[in-house]
Design a protein around this ligand. Structure first.
Ligand SMILES: Nc1ncnc2c1ncn2[C@@H]1O[C@H](COP(=O)(O)OP(=O)(O)O)[C@@H](O)[C@H]1O
Ligand SMILES: [Mg+2]
Length: 400
């Protein structure tokens, strides 16, 4: 490729990719699948790269390249076949990102990935954007940990700086006696550690913002999130919190999107305390499980919005059309859900609730594995809770 060619492929705020263009997605999981479903409806073409043949995204894309994420030759193939490249997970290898940026067009760039791949860098960036995070300390050895635990008091949370998800790579330290055990367990991961003060939150909420190269920003309505065993169980929208708090949460997400020069989506997880304080917990530079409710409940889904943003189209209206509860479907819920959905009684039991089913096409329904979700649209979120109860599908966890 000539120098001139490379320059023309560099980030350019005026560059627009109209429908018809091919979007490459690094990663072939459910987020990629729902991106491709939204984008195909608009007329985009898709190619995805994932090591697992017939991956959730591969099933709905035009093509799947079956290879490991760090395979340079495969990444080069993805670059050749794509006009625009995006990713559906944040732990993208830095070498692969720079290869893709040199050989294709990655409007999201690499800086935000670099920031969000590391909890300390992420917290510093959020603070630099003028937004509050829970008090934290960088931990280099056991002595530093002991000192910080004394300072913060217990409980507090020790986390690995990289590689954590769904509560993995975390340890809640409940007393000074646990310091050594926690340190030994997490330092095995050979990454830096961060200690956080435990926030006695009343609710967890999240806000997803989108920003396009032309600088347009749109924010989705905040979701109230309920986790069970550290995995998202419910997203409730509208979130049951005072209007002023929700407005503030939206403003924080907007500020982060602007100050961090986000292109595409940024999901902002927050803690809300009883006295109305909001602390940002973490960021995800991609579609987020807590934004799945937008698929039917908003005028524009998070997936369409991400495509609009990376292709530099005008962003879509994010207005909420209906109250909604999103409930996650894990491996153990698949069969009961299918039995319930085909049962005509399910339509009659809770009138006024429309259940929108999304399954991701994963072959093995392992316990705890995210297999799909249901968006329950209704006049009130209480009606959706009744539907969940009446179905008995989530009974074991509802009792927790
Ligand atoms: N500092 C904290 N105070 C209170 N709860 C926390 C804190 N950090 C994490 N948690 C709880 O653990 C969950 C998972 O932590 P998070 O940092 O979001 O990691 P993950 O990458 O696993 O999502 C949070 O959603 C929250 O419920
Ligand atoms: Mg989280």
């Amino acid at each position: 490729m000539t120098q001139e060619n490379m320059a023309s492929k560099a980030y350019n705020p005026d560059r627009v990719h109209a429908p018809g263009a091919t979007i490459g997605i690094l990663g072939g999981g459910q987020l990629g699948r729902m991106l491709a479903l939204a984008g195909r409806a608009m007329g985009y073409r898709f190619v995805t790269l994932d090591p697992m043949p017939d991956a959730p995204c591969g099933q709905v894309a035009d093509r799947q390249i079956v290879a490991e994420y760090y395979d340079a030759a495969a990444a080069r193939q993805l670059a050749e076949q794509s006009d625009v490249i995006t990713y559906e997970f944040e732990n993208v290898d830095a070498g692969v990102t720079s290869l893709l940026m040199a050989e294709s067009y990655v409007p999201q760039g690499s800086r935000l990935l670099y920031t969000t791949q590391h909890r300390l860098r992420e917290k510093r960036a959020i603070e630099a954007a003028g937004v509050k995070v829970a008090p934290y300390a960088e931990i280099k050895n056991e002595e530093e940990l002991r000192e910080a635990v004394r300072r913060f008091g217990t409980p507090c949370v020790l986390k690995t700086a990289t590689g954590g998800y769904d509560g993995k790579g975390q340890w809640i330290i409940r007393s000074l006696e646990e310091v050594q055990e926690a340190y030994d367990a997490l330092s095995k991961a050979k990454t830096e550690l961060v200690l956080e003060q435990f926030i006695r939150f009343e609710k967890e909420i999240s806000v997803i913002a989108a920003r396009s190269p032309r600088g347009e920003v749109k924010v989705f309505p905040p979701a109230e999130n309920v986790h069970v065993n550290n995995i998202l169980h419910l997203s409730i929208v509208p979130a049951r919190a005072p209007e002023a708090v929700l407005k503030k949460a939206e403003a924080m997400a907007r500020q982060i999107a602007e100050e961090l020069d986000v292109i595409g989506l940024i999901a902002v997880e927050m803690f809300l305390t009883a006295d109305g304080e909001l602390y940002v917990n973490e960021l995800a530079p991609r579609p987020h499980n807590s934004g799945h409710y937008t698929m039917e409940a908003c005028r524009t889904s998070q997936f369409e919005q991400h495509i609009r943003a990376i292709c530099n189209l005008p962003l879509g209206d994010t207005a909420l059309l209906s109250s909604v509860v999103m409930v996650n479907v894990l491996g153990e819920h698949v069969q009961p859900l299918l039995d319930w959905i085909v049962n005509p009684e399910s339509e009659r039991v809770v009138p006024g609730v429309t259940a929108k089913l999304h399954l991701y096409g994963k072959h093995e329904a392992k316990t705890g594995r995210k297999m799909g979700h249901v968006n329950l649209l209704s006049e009130t979120v209480e009606a959706a809770f009744h539907w969940i109860e009446a179905s008995h599908i989530w009974e074991s966890i509802e009792k927790n």
